[in-house]
Design a protein around this ligand. Sequence first.
Ligand code: SF4
Length: 326
Amino acid sequence: MEKMQPVIQIEHLSKHFSIDNGFFTKGKKTVKAVNDFTLNLEKGKILGLVGESGSGKTTLARVILNLTSATEGTVLINGVDMSKCSAAEKKELRKNIAVVFQDPLSNLNPRETVMSSIMRPMVLHGMKRALAREKAREVLESVKMDAHYLNSYPHQLSGGQLQRIAIARALAMNPQIMILDEPTSALDISVQAQILNLLLDLQEQHQLTYMIITHDLNVIRYISDQVAVMYLGQLVEYGETKIMCSNPSHPYSKALMAASPILDPTMRGREKEIMKGDPGSLIHFPSGCSFHPRCRYAEEICMQERPEMERIGENHWARCHLCMQK
Ligand code: SF4
């Protein structure tokens, strides 16, 4: 059978920023936010991207969205490298990929009604206003909100309603891919479940592909098909959600899973994996395996040789010398 082309292909992607050393010291230093990241995402799949704050998840999303350029490597959306396209081609390609942020209030103009906010991207892409108005009604209905909310202003709505509107606005351009950056972390727990269920319904109806960035592993367990774990800008483990949540292999993934409160009673009582120290620095990278200063299994080789990403099972990859010895 012919293999389907992934909708997102990330190949050896790195993103480094140069920043000033500080007020008293001259010179620059380099922040290595994303380092040699390779991953494919197939159509209709939900990928959960997890890692501590500062692990490079949001920078990775910004490079995928072409909001910032890559230092090295490529991102192909449906086989096309957006960074090599003309402005007009980029505008067209951007319709395929939508983004929903954590705090919808900060992304909606407080002086605009819901109708205007949803219509804006369509009008900017040249759609006639009457058609855009019609589409705004349609997408509001698809996020299960009544049409009377079209005349509301952001301050009149709850957090859950605002997030539904952000999702409706993202849907308005009929995207294939949605990048959701912490889509539920600003919401009450009861509302979180409603938003996750809505996202699952929409994904099924429209055959959407999601990349969900979160530090909440219960969100990942509930919604995603695959999990990618990032540490200091690197992909350290990737696999099917079931394997990743029940039996992660990389010591960092194990510690992350163990640190998360478990809502699933069948998974309680597992062995706790304790991580020592603070998250490392994206400026002063450790030698060898970047996780070695915090890893209780670290051996001599871990300090000297950087582990490569290797297949350790069916649909399961990890970057760890120890995982390879099993
Ligand atoms: Fe730990 Fe070594 Fe594996 Fe890195 S390579 S995660 S230090 S065991």
